[in-house]
Design a protein around this ligand. Structure first.
Ligand code: NAD
Length: 265
C-alpha cells in the first residue's frame, strides 16, 4: 500500500512546477489526483503523462481547468473530482503568482492580481473544499502553499510577501474554525525553488532594474542557503506527501519551512 492510497486529492497550480511535482508524488504513493490549473490544456497533458504510472500504483488521475479566484469554477473542479473519485480527502491550495515591482511602483492592479490569486484564491479553495468535506462527514486535510516570504520581507516583492503572510494567517484561522469538522489545515513554505515562476521573476527583476544580470538574485540567495543550493520541486514533495498522509494527522495550524535553512524563523 502507498502512503496515501485511496485518498482523493486536488492540487491547484498543478500544470507545472511545484504543483505538478506534488501531484506526481501523490500518484507514486497511490492517491487519486486531480491536476487543476488555469492552463487547462497543460493540466490535461500532465494528467495524461501520469496515466501509466497511476495504473502501476493503483492511483486515479483526472484534471480540471480552474481559475482559483472564481468560486463557481472552484466548485466545478471539486464536483468533477468527486464525480470521478467519489469524495475529496485532501485539497492543496498551491496556485500562486508573483510580479516583482519596486515598492514605490506597486500599483493597485499589481496588488489585486497577486492578493487575488494567492490570498483570495487560497480562501475560496479552503472554503469550498471544507464545505465538500463537511458534507461528506469525513473530515479531511487542507494544505496551503506559503513561502519564506510568509515570514519576512524581501526586496521588490511587497504584495507577494503580504499575500503569503495571508496564507499563513488563513492556515492558522482555518485550522481553528474547521477543527470541529475534523478538518486539519497545514501549510508548507518553500525557499527558492527552480521553476518557471522563478525564471519569470528573474526576468522581471532585470526589467525593473533590480538586477544587473540574469540569475543574479538566485545566486545571491544561494549564498544564504545553509544547504548550499536552491531547491528543485522534488526537494519539496517528501513533506507534501507527508502532509497529505495519515502520518501527519495530529498536525494542524502549522506551516513547515522547506527552505534549506535560508531563513531561521
Ligand atoms: P509556477 O509559476 O511554475 O506554477 C504555478 C502554476 O499556477 C502555473 O501552472 C499557473 O498556470 C498556475 N496558476 C496561476 N494562476 C492561477 C489561477 N488563477 N488559477 C489556477 N492556477 C493558476 O510556480 P511554482 O514555482 O511552481 O509555485 C507554486 C507555488 O509555490 C506558488 O504558490 C508559489 O507562490 C509558491 N512558491 C514558489 C517558490 C519558488 O521559488 N518557485 C518559493 C516559495 C513558494
Amino acid at each position: 500500500m502507498g502512503r496515501v492510497s485511496g485518498r482523493s486529492c486536488i492540487v491547484t497550480g498543478a500544470a507545472r512546477g511545484i504543483g505538478r511535482a506534488i501531484g506526481e508524488a501523490l500518484i507514486n504513493e497511490g492517491a487519486d489526483v486531480c491536476f487543476a490549473d488555469i492552463n487547462g490544456e497543460q493540466a490535461s497533458a500532465v494528467a495524461e503523462a501520469n496515466r501509466d504510472r497511476a495504473a502501476e500504483t493503483g492511483a486515479g488521475v483526472t484534471w480540471a481547468q480552474v481559475d482559483v479566484t472564481d468560486r463557481e469554477q472552484v466548485r466545478a473542479m471539486i464536483a468533477k473530482t468527486v464525480a470521478t473519485f467519489g469524495k475529496l480527502d485532501v485539497k492543496f491550495n498551491n496556485a500562486g503568482v508573483n510580479k516583482p515591482m519596486n515598492f514605490l511602483d506597486v500599483t493597485e492592479d499589481n496588488w489585486n492580481f497577486i492578493m487575488g490569486v494567492n490570498g483570495l484564491g487560497c480562501l475560496i479553495g479552503m472554503q469550498e473544499a471544507a464545505r465538500q468535506m463537511i458534507g461528506q462527514g469525513t473530515g479531511g486535510k487542507i494544505i496551503n502553499t506559503a513561502s519564506v516570504a510568509s515570514r519576512q520581507g524581501f526586496d521588490n516583492v511587497a504584495p507577494y510577501c503580504a499575500s503569503k503572510w495571508a496564507v499563513v494567517s488563513l492556515t492558522q484561522s482555518g485550522a481553528r474554525d474547521l477543527a470541529r469538522h475534523n478538518i486539519t489545515v497545514t501549510g508548507f513554505a518553500p525557499g527558492v525553488v527552480a521553476t518557471e515562476m522563478w525564471e519569470q521573476v528573474d526576468r522581471d527583476l532585470l526589467d525593473i532594474g533590480a538586477a544587473e544580470r540574469p540569475g543574479q538574485a538566485m545566486e545571491e540567495f544561494s549564498s544564504e542557503i545553509l544547504r548550499g543550493r536552491v531547491a528543485t520541486p522534488s526537494d519539496i514533495t517528501g513533506t507534501t506527501t507527508f502532509l497529505a498522509s495519515p502520518e501527519s494527522d495530529y498536525m494542524t495550524g502549522q506551516v513547515v519551512m522547506i527552505d534549506g535553512g535560508m531563513t531561521l524563523v
